[in-house]
Design a protein around this ligand. Structure first.
Ligand code: BGC
Length: 352
């Protein structure tokens, strides 16, 4: 079968090549790939900056934003041929740690988890793939065009779940949310904020392209300019940072709003040296009872929350997030720097 592969740490090794067909084990589904989403993590792996091949193999099949259709399913598994499915990204560590033992593998405490298409286990970027029944999630057939947005939606469903749990530390009745970054994560975070009845604001570097209209069509407000200035002006209660830009993250951490909660979801590259006044930062955080926390990945519960959020969203709005679809043979084009018009690039695994 054809697969999108990369040799981790080797720049320029991304290619589409022939790899052996997978064989489904007794507890696994055999799945025909429908679509694969490409995100910043995939681009980092392709750039040789992240990613690990499976033990004993030099290449990694890339891809963790999956969508497929079941070809065969074990009897009694609850799945049937033709079902639309998404595969969960992370697998618990083998120890397992306390979090993984409780199904909270997104919170793994020893870092020995593996992730499909990212860390030590092949991904979903192939025309056919297998997935254990326990790590497959069935989707409503109505989501065939947009179900590939499920994985990024799980990431924001987890972020919101964490925000709501943390909110219970004391009385808090948030009204205003600022999302920084109008990429897929930012826009989906905004969608889930609107679904909660909050006053949602989205900030991006540029007002070019489809982002301002997508934000307006959600019933949210679009901004450009300084994140700090916007956050202060709207008297923000919750911030979801989704640019991963160190300067933006730093501005938001220094925000002086009593009780503000800042959730960081953007993975930035190390090496930024901003000459931060840590004294001022520490003082603000303490005096405001402020809370800054990071959120990554998602467990099965968040997949359920995400499936519900997608089912309640306007499918036409979701489809507008997918700005380019490429056949597998042209997948490397998805890794070139996109323009302002690009939001989510998807590989169509069914096209020839
Ligand atoms: C994926 C997460 C993963 C993270 C770090 C993200 O792009 O969506 O599932 O945990 O990368 O590897």
């Amino acid at each position: 079968m054809r697969a999108l592969t990369v040799v981790p740490d080797r720049v320029g090794s991304l290619r589409v090549q022939e790899v052996p067909d997978p064989v489904a084990g007794a507890d696994e589904l055999l799945v025909d790939g429908v679509a694969l989403g490409i995100c910043g993590t995939d681009r980092e792996i392709a750039a040789g900056e992240y990613g690990w091949a499976p033990p004993g193999q030099d290449h990694l099949v890339l891809g963790h934003e999956s969508l497929g259709r079941v070809r065969t399913a074990p009897p009694g598994s609850g799945f049937a041929p033709g079902d639309l499915v998404v595969g969960i990204v992370r697998r618990p560590d083998p120890v397992p740690c306390g979090a993984c033992a409780r199904g909270e593998f997104d919170m793994c405490r020893n870092g020995r988890y593996v992730e499909r298409g990212i860390k030590q286990i092949d991904g979903y970027g192939s025309s056919v793939w297998v997935v254990p029944v326990d790590y497959a999630v069935k989707l409503d057939p109505a989501l065939a065009r947009v179900g590939v947005l499920m994985e990024p939606t799980t990431v924001v469903a987890k972020a919101w779940d964490q925000i709501e749990r943390i909110n219970n530390r004391a009385w808090f009745a948030p009204r205003t949310v600022l999302v920084t970054g109008a990429g897929p994560i930012g826009l989906l975070a905004a969608l889930l904020g609107v679904q909660r009845g909050l006053d949602v604001h989205v900030l991006d570097r540029t007002s070019e392209g489809p982002k301002p209209t997508l934000v307006a069509d959600l019933g949210a407000t679009f901004h450009t300019g300084s994140a700090l200035e916007v956050a202060e002006r709207i008297d923000v209660d919750i911030v979801i940072e989704a640019t991963g830009a160190p300067a933006v993250a730093l501005q938001l951490m220094s925000l002086s709003n009593p009780g503000v909660l800042v959730c960081l979801t953007g993975v930035s590259s190390p090496g930024d040296d901003s000459g931060v006044d840590v004294g001022a930062l520490n003082r603000n955080l303490v005096l405001d009872n402020a809370l800054v926390f990071g959120s990554v990945n998602a467990n099965r519960h968040h997949y359920q929350l995400a499936a519900q959020a997608l089912a309640e969203a306007d499918p036409a709005w979701l489809e507008r997030l997918i700005t380019r679809r490429l056949p597998l043979e042209r997948a490397p084009e998805a890794f070139a720097a996109g323009d302002h018009a690009d939001i989510k690039v998807v590989i169509d695994l069914e096209a020839n």
